[in-house]
Design a protein around this ligand. Sequence first.
Ligand SMILES: Nc1nc2c(c(=O)[nH]1)N[C@H]1C(S)=C(S)[C@@H](COP(=O)(O)OP(=O)(O)OC[C@H]3O[C@@H](n4cnc5c(=O)[nH]c(N)nc54)[C@H](O)[C@@H]3O)O[C@H]1N2
Ligand SMILES: Nc1nc2c(c(=O)[nH]1)N[C@H]1C(S)=C(S)[C@@H](COP(=O)(O)OP(=O)(O)OC[C@H]3O[C@@H](n4cnc5c(=O)[nH]c(N)nc54)[C@H](O)[C@@H]3O)O[C@H]1N2
Ligand code: SF4
Ligand SMILES: [Mo]
Length: 878
Amino acid sequence: MTERNFLTKTLTDTVLSRRSFLKWSAALGGTAAMAGGLNLGLKTVEKAAAESEGIWISLPCWHLGCGGYCVNFGLLKDGIVVKQKADDTRPDSPDNPLRKGCLRGRAQRTHVFGADRLKYPMKRKHWEPGGGDKELRGRDEWVRISWEEALDLVASELKRIKVTYGNQAILNGSGLMSAYGGYRERWGNNSEGNMPLAREKMAGTDNMTHAFMGGGIIGPPDRFSYRDSKLIVLWGENPAWSAQGTPMYNYQQAHKAGAKFIFVTPELNPSAVALDAEWIPVRPSTDAALLLGMAYYMIVNNLQDQEFLDKYTIGFDAEHMPAGANPKDNFKDYVLGTYDGVPKTPEWASEICGTDSEMIRQFALEIATTKPMIFQSSLAPSRTHRSEQFAMAHFTVGWMTGNVGLPGAAVCASSFKSFGGMHLIFGGGTGEPSLPNPLFKGGGLWGGYAFGNPFDTEFVGVAYEEVWDAILNNEVTAGVRGKIPCDIRLWYGITAGGNHINQTSGTVKAVKAFRKLDFIVECDIVLSNKSKYADIVLPGTTPWEEFGFVKQLADKDSFLISPQVISPLFEAKDVPWIETELAKRLDLDPNAIHPFSPQQRFFNKIAGTIVFTGAGMEPLVTITEDDIKEWGVDGNSQQGRISIQDLLDQGGYTVQRSPGDIYSIIANLPPQMYRADPVANPAKTESGKLEIYCKELARYLTAFGFDTSLPLAGYRPPVEGIEDTYKDWGNKIKGDYPLQLFTPHYIRRAHSSFNNVPYLRRAFPQEFMMNVIDAKERGIKTGDTVLVTSRHGKVLRRADVSEFIIPGAVLLGEGSWFEFDEETGIDKGGCTNTLSGARPCGQGMEPFNSCNVQVEKWTGEPLEPDYKWPQRIPLKEA
Ligand SMILES: Nc1nc2c(c(=O)[nH]1)N[C@H]1C(S)=C(S)[C@@H](COP(=O)(O)OP(=O)(O)OC[C@H]3O[C@@H](n4cnc5c(=O)[nH]c(N)nc54)[C@H](O)[C@@H]3O)O[C@H]1N2
Ligand SMILES: Nc1nc2c(c(=O)[nH]1)N[C@H]1C(S)=C(S)[C@@H](COP(=O)(O)OP(=O)(O)OC[C@H]3O[C@@H](n4cnc5c(=O)[nH]c(N)nc54)[C@H](O)[C@@H]3O)O[C@H]1N2
Ligand code: SF4
Ligand SMILES: [Mo]
């Protein structure tokens, strides 16, 4: 107890006085092991909290891509965060809204202090060098081991695998593995589907431009410009679940200003309801057909903006084809069916996409005749098989309306979490070296994602979505090299980030693959599935326990900072510490990998943070010689806009905005400049124009080796689309898997993170949504337990029957933790990737939203709601 009071006092002192960083860090170092003695069940925490007044401190919320990195504050008492609140440090207004955390962010303390936090390094009981009984992975007992033993074992397995099989046998890695001779890179991303290449080749927006510079000609407009729009089409979006920070709030401002919203989705979702939107129901994976039906109606009624198409695009008609292409291969003739004899009429489209043909006409008429319009899509329809067809059709139909470069107009993609324009603040880096992977030299790096350049003949990698097959079959698709042998032995999960066994398609295969490997090491904060199936699990710190957190916010105007909030819980360690210790055991120089202290890294990030002035960049933070002395770091003083302490007190910095300001003007420039003079400001495409016919896109997609691709928006049935739900599509005879599953990002979680929190489980049940017609046919009612079966696996869930989803489609939120019954193979956790098999396509991505299933009423024991299940606490005595 004395020790705990000491810690609180130290933290309180530090945060309240401007000049005690040094004292603070020293004190934290000295008491790091102390929390190990506490029982951190919440009741105990609350009792402990009542003992002192406490202070409010800004807290990091670090989860992947959930729309925010919002500003959250916690009441810190006795070294524990006992209460949370949203940002209230300045006035709230529609133009400068507070970056308030969502319900998950505000449940963060139950995540960090949960009774199921990993506390000690652990080894699987029946593991031995080489694997031991590998079939026991996922169901073995855990044994507590010391850090010393854990690090020795990891190092000796790394050495053994490197010597016996070479570095190519090591999967995943970072600086340490690069220094150790390299590793097999898992390239690509499982987020954006086939959109990135379409953006780049059709419109010249590479990933860097997309992520940081506002998106170029196909960038979404500045957030204020949404208020100038008459019509906003959100294709495959649900920001009320997926973008709970400011995006939804900004849409509401546009709604207030008079914009009409149209949602194109398989379910009438809460965002559409909140924005009073019109709903165009569509079957998953069929968007390209719907768009082609709209294009047909526009063409036969001459509704397209022909002037725009002629001047700014290539490939729309025979008169505007790129050199070398067959003039017959143009979009207009494809849609009219001039050469293939299949006119893509609204009736043709309706048979595929399910949308009523009259509704298709009305929708086409409305987008063709309403200006300015924002025609925007998220990534969900791109997470389907052959989704390059959707991406191409979306841009093409958007461009047919001419809504480019005009105030309140845009044809844009994937802005689920942010609006247009460049980031106004960039957080600084740690200053530590970034060591390239010597085995991935030839691979491309597209906007932060490693990508296997399909034309390169050197790189050693595996596409995200092919990883389970590559492990199981010893073969990998390597672009123009075709299929080549591989032998993957070791999963280096310490820096791999995600819960890949859960989040990558083909979870049944993933388990088999994990059970084939020689060695799996993971670092985690709870026993998520990647750790449950590992051999050695290292307890990681959360950013609350690390030396400081710095992040530019997805909303682009703001920047977030949090100090170290609590001392590391139990024996948790951060990644630089773990890698430093491993480096010593691998006979490498740790200083070549992590040369800086935690203080220095945090300081570098703060000092390197820059803010956009409207004309250039300037440092955000003022740093004095005294600051440098007190932090005990190397650095230079600098003049900025705010002192370190004020920044820490506020939890961040926001550039104040107003409609029509310089940032707004700059944000909207790329499409406007292109519109004003496409010769002087060409698109960064092969032709310099927006490419409806895009040879390069087809060339790349085909070279990846997973599928072939056409250079033009078309419709070839996807694998596990609507057609595959039929045994006989022509005569409409349904097959064994007659329903289409789609898997939105769910409000309970950030992917699989937070899924363990009972409180969020209680608030947001993991239910299986289906239409009343489908339910009635099967005798299913809301609350019934149902068995969902696909070609790849089986899950149990409770049904939620309603009219808010189209007949024939079913919904299950992605990210729930799988819980396999080893006897039956049934996953009672309801992980959507149990149902979707690994089927890499296009640029190596996974078609999560193309998945056929059957549903039946479960006759066994009903499923208990998962908030009542025991938590995963691996070491009972701890
Ligand atoms: N079926 C289906 N699957 C999908 C999708 C879909 O739409 N449908 N979407 C895909 C998309 S878009 C994405 S981006 C991916 C994301 O999926 P992942 O990238 O796998 O993300 P998470 O599931 O959040 O995994 C984060 C892991 O890190 C651990 N962790 C969290 N915080 C910390 C920490 O502070 N320290 C340490 N050491 N560990 C921590 C968590 O326990 C968890 O195991 O999922 C993809 N999977
Ligand atoms: N709460 C929460 N928020 C998150 C995340 C999270 O895990 N949890 N993850 C973040 C990340 S990394 C990402 S990538 C984004 C993802 O955000 P999005 O890319 O928007 O993806 P989803 O949430 O899967 O789907 C949004 C909507 O698309 C529709 N949809 C699904 N399939 C199709 C289709 O084939 N066609 C059409 N027209 N519509 C379809 C569904 O109606 C669904 O509600 O969310 C981010 N935000
Ligand atoms: S939206 Fe994401 S970053 Fe913001 S509070 Fe919620 S979980 Fe945290
Ligand atoms: Mo994502």
